[in-house]
Design a protein around this ligand. Structure first.
Ligand code: HC1
Length: 569
């Protein structure tokens, strides 16, 4: 341990701690902008400067390790003036149009200006806009004028996701964060995961806004507007309304969507259960008939885009199942349309997703098996929060309501899709019982749970051993893909989710999503699973009815047409 003095208080911290951490221990919150608790970025914004007695210059608290006996002053006139000056310099190169900014009132720069008492502009500012917005992708928008060059997005893209689609370009005053080669985002190997938008402190990168098209559909008397909500939303939407992270708010979420005016409120967990039936049978078929193994899950669209860019020769390892989002849309415009007696051209399907890449997925050419796009609009958790605020709906006061039929009954297996390892666990719950024809001794496959990057397990299907692996975050996915490439992956089934922690950590989740919050949301997902009377997809009575009334059998002709696809890029 090392002993230091912060503003007159003595504290002991582990060797290697930064001044920032030592100050935290002393109960002092040093302001920062580039620093992020999950990333290694530091000393870019120079807001966290402090005095260290004996040092000739101010030190950046986020990057400077403490030494034994160090005396630190975090709140002197010199420190306050330097922080203010550094912030004003940042503001001098930042548009002053907070009202028009997607991050208005959720902007770290704006909050810091308020905290440090910066009210007026001390330096001349350039004319805006200086750089054009990049709206080339269907999922994300880059606004380079807003960028403060903090490098968080670069770090998350390179180190956490292992993608490296964006990075610093040019030098000095000309420095910008740009897609590789200065191209538009759509022209580089960006997977649209949106993790950059989750860590951006300002409004420099954010999701394509679908709220206006959803308002328009809701106001259109011709349209029958149905909404599906992803497993991960129920444990995060409360955060948009100030609830503590990871509160399970399923019933309030349903009520909120009904108050917004949706004609039917359905649960993507229903088609998560359906995915398990189709994907489970596909796995059994591949195991029995010498199909391509390991089979890899295909429900995460950022992961699909990643394998298309970086490992296209392994596309036949993907399950042919569409994602639950897309299965839902295909069924809404066929089975549901028939049942409800509504012309599918008048059905408008909205998804509430924790994911920015889902906006890309719904526009893929493979995703219109009914003759219409399966899904018409995708709202992130953040966009849903925005719409509910616009409508004046007091989320926290809402009653608990139930999803609508026929896509309202779900199982715990569907819920756990939202956490890394959940698709695997849900599949194992079903595959075990289908293959062995015996009840599972325990439904909890804890070895595949948690935020750890790569998890492994072996399951004995009464004589047939199935070795499985689970990766979350694309840097971890790359490790598994390299094992497959080297012929060293002896797995039969792999789950890969694009985002750290799985969908609960998706790029469309509330600002403030950190790994600590992800862990809480994962716990909440399993809490929701435990609270349901049914926890295995094949026990879902509504899924059984769907097969009886419409699909026939798993992997049958109708399933093949509506619920499966092939990625061939
Ligand atoms: Fe997901 Fe999925 S779990 S991909 O993370 O398979 O986004 O929540 O909806 O489609 O069900 C996301 C979440 C989601 C799909 C399901």
């Amino acid at each position: 341990m090392v002993s230091v003095t912060v503003d007159g208080q003595k504290v002991e911290v582990p060797k290697g701690s930064t001044i920032l951490e030592a100050a935290q221990k002393a109960g002092i919150k040093i302001p920062t902008l580039c620093h992020h608790e999950d990333l290694k970025v530091n000393a870019m914004c120079r807001i966290c400067v402090v005095e260290v007695v004996g040092a000739r210059t101010l030190q950046t608290a986020c990057s400077q390790p403490v030494t034994d006996g160090m005396v630190i002053i975090t709140n002197s006139p010199t420190v306050r003036q330097a922080r203010k000056m550094n912030l004003e310099l940042l503001l001098s190169n930042h548009p002053q149009d907070c009202l028009n900014c997607v991050r208005n009132q959720r902007c770290e720069l704006q909050a810091l200006a308020d905290q440090l008492g910066v009210r007026a502009q001390s330096f001349p500012t350039p004319k805006w806009p200086e750089y054009p917005k990049d709206e080339s992708t269907p999922a994300l928008v880059r606004d380079p004028d807003k960028c403060i060059l903090c490098r968080r997005c670069v770090e998350v893209c390179h180190e956490v996701q292992g993608v490296g689609a964006i990075g610093p370009a040019n030098r000095g005053m000309e420095t910008q964060i740009l897609p590789a080669g200065g191209e538009n985002l759509n022209d580089v190997a960006c997977v649209l995961c949106g993790q950059c938008s989750l860590v951006c402190p300002v409004g420099a990168i954010y999701e394509q806004d679908h709220t206006e098209r959803v308002w328009a559909a809701l106001a259109d008397p011709e349209k029958h507007v149905v909404v599906q909500t992803a497993p991960a939303i129920r444990v995060s939407i409360g955060e948009e309304f100030g609830l503590e992270p990871a509160r399970v708010t399923t019933g309030k979420l349903v009520a909120a969507l009904r108050r917004l005016g949706f004609d039917r409120v359905f649960d993507t967990d229903f088609t998560a259960d359906l995915t398990i039936i189709e994907e489970g049978h596909e796995l059994i078929e591949r195991l029995n008939n010498g199909g391509t193994l390991p089979m890899i899950t295909s429900c995460s669209p950022g992961w699909i885009k990643y394998i298309e860019h970086f490992y296209p020769e392994y596309l036949d390892h993907l399950s042919t199942c569409k994602s639950p989002q897309q299965m839902f849309g295909a069924l809404a415009k066929t089975y549901y349309a028939e049942k409800a007696g509504i012309d599918p051209k008048n059905i408008y399907v909205v998804s509430i997703m924790p994911c920015t890449a889902k906006k890309f997925e719904c526009g893929r050419p493979e995703m219109s098996a009914s003759g219409y796009p399966d899904v018409d609009a995708v709202l992130t958790t953040r966009e849903l929060g925005k719409m509910l605020r616009q409508a004046g709906i007091d989320f926290n006061q809402l009653p608990e309501e139930q999803f609508d039929d026929p896509f309202g009954i779900t199982t715990g297996a569907g819920v756990i899709f939202g956490a890394s390892g959940g698709v695997m666990e849900a599949a194992l719950r079903t595959v075990y019982e289908v293959v062995t024809k015996e009840p599972l001794p325990s439904v909890d496959f804890t070895a595949v749970r948690g935020i750890e990057g790569i998890k492994e397990a072996e399951v004995d299907l009464k004589g047939t051993k199935v070795k499985v692996a689970v990766a979350n975050g694309l840097a971890n996915a790359r490790q598994l893909m390299e094992l497959i490439k080297a012929g060293k992956a002896d797995y039969q089934f792999i789950e890969i989710m694009c985002c750290p922690g799985g969908c609960i950590g998706g790029g469309g989740q509330p600002i403030g999503t950190t790994n600590a919050v992800r862990k809480k949301r994962i716990e909440a997902i399993y809490e929701a699973d435990r609270g349901l009377p049914l926890r295995k997809s094949h026990e879902n009575p509504a899924v059984k009815t769907l097969y009886e009334e419409f699909l026939g059998q798993p992997l049958g002709e109708k399933s093949h047409h509506l619920l499966h696809t092939h990625y061939t890029k």
